[in-house]
Design a protein around this ligand. Structure first.
Ligand SMILES: C[S@@+](CC[C@H](N)C(=O)[O-])C[C@H]1O[C@@H](n2cnc3c(N)ncnc32)[C@H](O)[C@@H]1O
Length: 202
């Protein structure tokens, strides 16, 4: 799905293409394929630049889906709306809301989700909030659903993964990205440096 307006910065197109390949590989490793009309949640989504790749991966051949993105930052949510809402196909329901993604337990009328995505998760920044965010995300998954995280740096990825295991999930895939784009002002950090998938432990 092509965005209705260009991405904000040069290089994002390439980041998204790399992330798309990484996610597809991880889903294959986890032996997971989306259902006929997947319900997906993109938590702490920011501008949600990855929306097109999520739609294409979860709803191949422009099939139907429901995808909701949530972030605290209103301007980023507005930008996501303007880029993606005009781009979606009939039967594809996209929604972006400004709000606290650690409180999906309080959002009435959300369906159970087949796939929950958290790109560049921020566990390091505030473990308490992010533990709550993960707990409610795990609770919002269907029994056979998958939760995906990506991380800018290895230590944060390990901490988030440990937290998710403690919350009763089992890792389904964990892939480093050999060609992720380094952040010039942050040594050791790179775009989608790691991607991991979790499912509810049986
Ligand atoms: C590192 S940025 C990642 C943004 C986006 N997922 C991406 O990869 O470009 C972390 C995001 O988490 C959001 N965030 C942090 N705590 C949040 C919360 N409790 N609810 C919703 N969004 C939150 C911030 O507003 C920010 O957009």
């Amino acid at each position: 799905m092509r965005p209705a307006r260009p991405f904000r910065f040069p290089g994002i197109d390439e980041d998204i293409a790399r992330l798309s390949r990484l996610l597809r590989l991880a889903l294959r490793a986890a032996d997971w394929s989306p259902p006929a009309r997947p319900a997906a949640l993109n938590l702490a989504c920011g501008r949600a630049d990855e929306t097109g790749l999520l739609v294409e991966t979860l709803a191949p051949a422009a099939g139907p889906l429901f995808l909701l993105g949530i972030d605290l930052r209103g301007p980023e949510i507005q930008e996501a709306r303007s880029r993606w809402l005009p781009a979606c196909r009939p039967g594809q329901e996209l929604d972006f809301r400004a709000g606290d993604a650690s409180r999906v337990d309080r959002m009435r009328q959300l369906p159970p989700f087949d796939f929950i995505f958290i790109r560049h998760q921020n566990f390091w920044h505030d473990p308490e909030v992010w533990t709550r965010l993960y707990r409610h995300a795990v609770d919002a998954l269907k029994p056979d659903g998958l939760l995906a995280i990506t991380s800018y740096f290895d230590r944060e990825h390990e901490l988030a993964s440990a937290c998710l295991r403690q919350l009763g999930t089992a890792p389904a895939a964990d892939l480093p990205h050999p060609h992720s784009r380094p952040l010039n002002d942050a040594p050791g950090k790179s775009v989608d440096r790691r991607l991991a998938l979790f499912r509810q432990a049986s």
